[in-house]
Design a protein around this ligand. Structure first.
Ligand code: FMN
Length: 409
């Protein structure tokens, strides 16, 4: 696409049954605002402010599809009780003129929870490198009956999202969670029809997508977040990701959000800048202290932030599919957003720029600013583990009374 024909970032776009008022969406970014496992008034405020700040759609992160699918105890999972709390949030977002998306997730073996059923599920059995730090040494390979159950849980979660007033669901297939554990050769060692070639590794995630589409696809946009690269030796690369993208398009995805990086193997790659190792060490307890220490050794020493750090891979995926694509990763300016659209990628997904300033999009549109003041320090990420939730460390803390009050009470 040439500069002359590139769409404006402020023009509308249809994804499935949903029309976005512009091309900016809030990327799913665990808010840490679901203490005691329920959405809080602080979570509502967070998304209301982002909606008021001009995005077309805000994404509530990390709604686990079941209790077993959680990574943290303070994460919420989709069930009847959570719906009324989420309804308050979607009403608030709609009142500000934006759409609301729920990211639906299963952590697989990326979990800090010990379950009564035994070791956590994953694509393959064996040593659980993440769980090990939490004292959960092993993981269990999913049987076909487990896959059917979990695919059904994704569909049920999407139906509950619809009941809660969401306009879209994003199925999380990236970053090392269960569906990425199937897609990635780092974690999928299966010898059956769900392992081996990239087509086989995509089979279960595509089945999940199909079930979600069948459940809610007439009413909700159904999108998927995928890794274009695991940024780790032997992991997903862009050629494999392009095959997955085409298979998900064929299965009816309304949009793909193109991300990358792996929570275990390359967390810095998600962010294109170093992780806050000092903060992580200060927070970690017991065996979990090994995590930041090992990360400090692995993390490239010469890593410095540049905008649009996933653009090169996204270009290659753009050539293989015709569906709408969203690019996430290092959009911090109007010119970067315009560049994304010039490349024929329809949507810009933002996390840190909006955590730093929920008004970022309005300010770009009015010309008040052309650049985010977020410095990509990633210290906001530590808020996931903070009882007071995620915030930009240069902004005031979240209101502790709102953090303690459940959204619907
Ligand atoms: C505090 C924080 C929490 C995040 N949690 C999630 C998450 O729950 N799910 C997800 O898909 N990505 C998560 N991400 C990654 C973002 O969606 C995004 O891919 C990444 O921040 C790069 O985009 P950015 O440059 O616009 O920040 C998180 C990012 C941040 C900063």
């Amino acid at each position: 696409m040439t500069e002359a024909t590139a769409a404006s970032p402020f023009s509308p776009l249809k994804i499935g049954p949903l029309t976005l008022k512009n091309r900016f969406i809030k990327a799913g970014a665990n808010e840490g605002l679901t203490g005691a496992g329920l959405p809080t008034k602080a979570l509502v405020k967070h998304h209301r402010e982002i909606a008021a700040g001009g995005v077309a759609m805000t994404t509530v992160a990390y709604g686990a599809v079941s209790a077993e699918g959680r990574t943290f105890t303070h994460q919420f999972y989709m069930n009847k009780d959570v719906v009324r709390h989420l309804r308050v949030l979607t009403d608030a977002v709609h009142a500000e003129g934006a759409a609301a998306c729920l990211q639906i997730t299963h952590g697989g073996s990326f979990t800090m929870l010990r379950t009564e059923q035994g070791y956590p599920l994953s694509a393959s059995s064996g040593f659980n490198a993440f769980g090990f730090l939490q004292g959960i040494l092993w993981q269990t390979a999913m049987q076909e009956r487990d896959m059917q159950r979990v695919a059904g849980e994704f569909a049920q979660a999407a139906l509950l999202a619809q009941e809660a007033g969401f306009d879209a669901v994003e199925i999380h297939m990236g970053h090392g969670y269960l569906l990425n554990q199937f897609l990635s050769p780092l974690s999928n060692k299966r010898k059956d029809q769900y392992g081996g070639s990239v087509e086989a590794r995509t089979r279960f995630p595509a089945q999940v997508l199909r079930q979600v589409k069948d459940a809610v696809g007439q009413h909700l946009a159904v999108t998927c977040k995928i890794n274009q690269t695991d940024a780790a030796k032997g992991g997903i690369d862009v050629q494999q990701a392009a095959v997955t993208a085409a298979l998900l398009e064929a299965e009816g995805a309304d949009m793909l959000t193109l991300s990358g990086g792996h929570n275990m193997h390359s967390p810095w790659a998600l962010f294109g800048s170093p992780m806050p190792i000092g903060d992580m060490k200060a927070h970690a307890k017991g065996l979990a202290r090994i995590g930041p220490w090992a990360l400090g050794l692995q993390q490239p020493k010469d890593l410095s932030f540049r905008e649009l750090y996933f653009l090169e891979t996204a270009r290659q995926i753009r050539q293989k599919v015709t569906m709408p694509l969203a690019l996430v990763g290092g959009v911090k300016s109007l010119s970067a957003a315009q560049q994304v659209l010039k490349e024929g990628i329809e949507v810009v997904a933002l996390a840190r720029a909006l955590i730093h300033d929920p008004q970022f999009v309005n300010k770009l549109q009015s010309g008040q600013i052309s650049q985010s003041a977020c410095n990509s320090c990633n210290r906001c990420v530590m808020g996931i583990y903070d009882p007071n939730g995620v915030r930009c460390v240069f902004n005031p803390p979240n209101d502790s009374a709102l953090v303690k009050a459940f959204a619907g009470d």
